[in-house]
Design a protein around this ligand. Structure first.
Ligand SMILES: [Cu+2]
Length: 161
């Protein structure tokens, strides 16, 4: 009986050592990823969406930021919305002083732990041949389709002119 008690007491320091050793391993492992720790495990999300005001039948553009805090690259494949006859992903490029828009049928990659900014003068979403007027203050609904995150519904306010 006394021998067993002694045996348990002798094992306790070993258990404590293993506990701290495991803690150190976990801390080192957690410090390794490039993604800020607070963001790990969160899903892809869209922030600050806006659309340009435009008249019925005209073209408009939508801008937003996609945050990818996951550990995997993802790709914004396409965008759709009932407000336009067609919606596509484009990029405005300065070609020797001439601004040109080029379509990105392959979509936009959002690397793991980084953001994709769609903004005026850069990558953006075109809303072509509007089925309705887009007035400032109004809200429209767009659907973004991601390779891994799937479809995401986004409410987009129409910005001031
Ligand atoms: Cu455009």
């Amino acid at each position: 009986m006394q021998g067993r008690m002694f045996g348990v007491q002798r094992q306790l320091p070993v258990a404590r050592f293993l506990f701290y050793a495991l803690l150190v391993i976990l801390l080192v492992a957690c410090a390794a990823p490039a993604t800020p720790l607070a963001l790990v495990g969160e899903a892809i999300r869209v922030e600050n969406p806006v659309a340009r005001p435009a008249a019925l039948g005209q073209n408009s553009a939508a801008y937003f930021t996609v945050l990818n805090p996951t550990g995997n690259d993802d790709r914004l494949l396409s965008v759709t919305g009932d407000v336009a006859a067609a919606s596509e992903l484009y990029e405005t490029i300065n070609d020797n002083g001439v601004m040109r828009m080029t379509p990105h049928l392959e979509g936009f990659v959002i690397p793991a732990g980084s953001t994709l900014a769609l903004k005026p003068g850069g990558k953006h979403m075109m809303l072509m041949d509007l089925r309705q007027e887009l007035r400032p203050g109004q809200e429209i609904v767009l659907f973004l389709v991601f390779e891994k995150a799937g479809e995401m519904q986004v409410t987009v306010p129409v910005m001031d002119k």
